[in-house]
Design a protein around this ligand. Structure first.
Ligand SMILES: Cc1ncc(COP(=O)(O)O)c(C=O)c1O
Length: 487
């Protein structure tokens, strides 16, 4: 017989669940219906945010309805509308439609995805996602990987694995060995996560070479090989190239096959940063560009970009999963469970012990919508980027800064200064037209739009470019004068 207070408590908990379910369903629905009308960037209410910081947590809770009031009055109005169809900054899209539900279910069953014993189905679900991803790149039976918080951590894992493979006693001695200084090669257009990983791992930024790019912003393979030779001649030890199939600014695709040839000749690891670009492999049209990825020792990619999983969902795939385990597996008596051929202890593939069930939102979306839905969405985004490029080329006041290889479009207003471009970007946000970002290529400045949103339409692209052309036409005075951002 439950104590009456316990029974009251259970009734209250049940009522709370019903209230939370009702309010949550309404929240999802209202949000979904209102995305295109929401401000791209909120007019931040500093007083409300300062209040969030200053208000102590209550001794007696405010209850479920109170919580939803806080969400609707304070959190939502001060949140950026990332899913807005004209949010074209960064590489950031809307969550896929099933993700909020998948996240709720993952939180309900609260699996800890470290040991299979704590998360048997989750372990298999993660493995299924990894195996599918490996298959996209033609990785074989020895391949494996792990879901990470994002591309940056996947690159950190990749370089850690390369270090352990290059210095077999790295675990015991760290970098405090008598060996030569190790050098990493990446391109001038690489994401800063490569530098960050090198800095964190103690390789040092002085030992990261940023190989110059060609006129399409791709790593110059001839310079790469010359630099490797020069470093070797100087007594250094070239050990790893990080190439980028899809650079963050312009979407350029490094020549992976030629770089792989250099890596083979020079006996250095090839790691790919495909955080933005790798999942374009899903498009039939782009598949050939990613064929050589199979030759890389690892591929970092981001389901929280092109698979529309909400952050955090990055991934590292490796051609040889034993190497990944060699870098990360530590046995601890209190954690050890028996090996099982079906299930994996994911704590052995990365630095984390406690891990969330990230694979679930990816797996749920692939099952709910099917892979074709993602292929179609990616092709749609590629089409829109090309459409945008065509309109820019046809516009007398605008010019492309780089070829459009994927969905990033870098362009400029002819004759505009950096300050002009900054003013234009601010005006577009202010009037609610679009959120675009700045672009810098070869020291030139401009505007970057990256289509990472399956909701974006041709009308959205036309609206943005019409507005930009209007603003450009108001450019007065000699080239380089400030643009007048008139309505
Ligand atoms: C090429 C590239 N690498 C790495 C990253 C970082 O990825 P994350 O934010 O998932 O850490 C990005 C992000 O846009 C990227 O485009």
């Amino acid at each position: 017989m439950p104590h009456p207070a316990q029974a009251r408590g259970r009734r209250q908990a049940k009522d709370d669940r019903e209230t939370a379910g009702r309010l949550l369903a309404a929240f999802f629905d209202d949000y979904e219906q209102s995305i295109a009308q929401r401000p791209l960037v909120p007019e931040v209410d500093r007083e409300v945010l300062a209040g969030l910081l200053a208000t102590p947590f209550p001794d007696k809770g405010i209850g479920v309805e109170g919580l939803f009031r806080e969400i609707n009055q304070k959190i939502l109005p001060n949140s950026t509308t990332v899913a807005h169809p004209r949010f074209l900054a960064y590489v950031l899209g809307p969550p896929n439609g099933i993700a909020p539900y998948a996240e709720a279910i993952a939180a309900t069953i609260n699996q800890n995805c470290n040991l299979w014993q704590l998360s048997p189905a989750a372990s298999v679900v993660e493995r299924a996602v990894i195996t599918w991803l490996c298959g996209l790149f033609g990785y074989g039976d020895q391949a494996g990987g792990i879901l990470t918080s994002g591309g940056s951590i996947a690159i950190l894992n990749a370089l850690t694995t390369a270090l352990h493979a290059r210095r077999p006693r790295f675990r015991e001695q760290g970098l405090q060995t008598a060996g030569s200084q190790l050098v990493v090669y990446t391109s001038a257009e690489a994401h800063r996560c490569v530098d960050k990983a090198a800095a964190i791992l103690g390789i040092g930024l002085d030992n990261v070479r940023h190989v110059p790019t060609d006129d399409r912003y791709r790593m110059r393979v001839d310079v790469l090989e010359e630099t490797i030779h020069a470093d070797r001649a100087a007594g250094l030890e070239p050990f790893c190239v990080v190439a980028t199939p899809g650079t963050v600014t312009s979407g350029s695709i490094d020549p992976i096959a030629e770089i792989a040839d250099v890596c083979t000749r020079q006996d250095v690891w090839l790691r790919l940063d495909g955080a933005y670009g790798a999942l374009f492999v899903l498009s039939e049209r782009k598949r050939a560009a990613f064929e050589a990825c199979a030759r890389a020792d690892s591929i970092a990619l981001d389901p929280h970009k092109l698979l529309f999983a909400p952050p955090e969902a990055g991934c590292l795939l490796v051609r040889d999963r034993a190497r990944l385990a060699r870098a990360s597996a530590f046995s601890s008596s209190y954690l050890t469970v028996e090996d099982d051929p079906l299930m994996v202890d994911y704590m052995d593939y990365g630095p984390q012990l406690s891990r969330s069930f990230k694979a679930f939102k990816v797996w749920s979306a692939l099952h709910t919508f099917g892979v074709d839905a993602f292929r179609t969405a990616i092709d749609h985004m590629l089409d829109l980027a090309q459409y945008m490029a065509d309109l820019i080329e046809a516009a007398p006041d605008l010019e492309l800064m780089a070829p459009v290889s994927l969905t990033a479009v870098c362009f400029r207003i002819k004759g505009a200064t950096e300050a002009d471009h900054t003013a234009v970007l601010a005006a577009l946000v202010e009037e609610g037209t679009a959120l675009l970002g700045p672009a810098r290529l070869d020291g030139r400045h401009g505007i970057r739009a990256c289509v990472t949103n399956h909701r974006t339409t041709r009308d959205d692209i036309e609206l943005i470019l019409t507005r930009l052309s209007d603003m450009a036409r108001h450019h007065h005075g000699p080239v380089g004068d400030t643009l007048e951002v008139a309505p």
